[in-house]
Design a protein around this ligand. Structure first.
Ligand code: ASP
Ligand code: MG
Length: 238
């Protein structure tokens, strides 16, 4: 039995159909006897839409209030995914960062994870529940919700994988792995079977937007086994 962290990005949870698809991937992993921690992003363009909503009301809204708003996107995803798993008869629980003990710095809209209190998640895993955690969120020392910067759910996933010493951290997205260049723009782009942490950081510094940079740094520091793969096609990633 292994502990696997599975993170799904916004496009992978875009609508009800995609959430059902994600629930099937999670279910397959769980019924094989693995412990599973799931991390989700907000659905589709939700985060952008929320930023627009804020601008309509107050273009210079405080970052604290922005975080209060932006963090709701991920909360929608985790509850819907839990409902999909419930409908399949699988034991699961969705948790916000506060419930999951993800403590961060107080830098609103660009917070960093400081530590994770493992107690609650561990208790849920001990009950053989699939644990579904909001990505992108933290809680600062005053108990306020923070967000980790755009694309920050990858970092939530890697931080959880490090804290729980997961055997594998899978980052599901809409491309099937890491390519030499962007396959959506360059047809001759070649998929890599493996890439080192440093090469991945190098790619990111050249503008590749596969993974949140901080997530790769964290993966390197804690030797997290990372896999980038597609939620839409069942095949090995990078
Ligand atoms: N929902 C957030 C964003 O769009 C975080 C993430 O997707 O990782 O930036
Ligand atoms: Mg996103």
């Amino acid at each position: 039995m292994s502990l696997i962290v599975q993170k799904f990005g916004g496009s992978s949870v875009r609508d009800a159909e995609r959430i059902q698809n994600v629930a099937r991937i999670i279910a397959e992993t769980y019924v094989k006897g693995n412990d599973v921690i799931v991390v989700l992003s907000a659905q589709g363009d939700t985060t952008d839409d929320l930023i627009e909503k804020a601008k309509e009301i107050n273009p210079s809204a405080s970052k604290r209030e922005l975080d209060m708003l932006l963090s709701t996107g991920e909360q929608i995803s985790v509850s819907l995914c839990a409902m999909a798993l419930e409908a399949m008869g699988l034991p699961c629980v969705s948790l916000t960062a506060w419930q999951a003990g993800i403590q961060s710095t107080a830098v609103h809209t660009d917070a960093r994870i400081k530590r994770i209190d493992s107690e609650r998640i561990q208790a849920e895993l001990d009950q053989h529940r699939i644990v579904i955690v909001t990505g992108f969120q933290g809680v600062d020392r005053s108990g306020d919700v923070t967000t980790l910067g755009r694309g920050g759910s990858d970092t939530s996933a890697v931080a959880l994988a490090a804290a729980f010493r997961a055997d594998l951290c899978q980052i599901y997205t809409d491309v099937d792995g890491v390519y030499t260049t962007d396959p959506r723009l360059v047809p001759t782009a070649r998929k890599l079977e493996e890439i080192t942490y440093d090469e991945m950081l190098e790619l990111a510094s050249q503008g590749a937007q596969v993974l949140h940079n901080r997530s790769v740094e964290l993966a390197k520091k804690f030797r997290v086994n990372l896999e980038v793969l597609s939620s839409l096609e069942r095949k090995p990633g990078t």
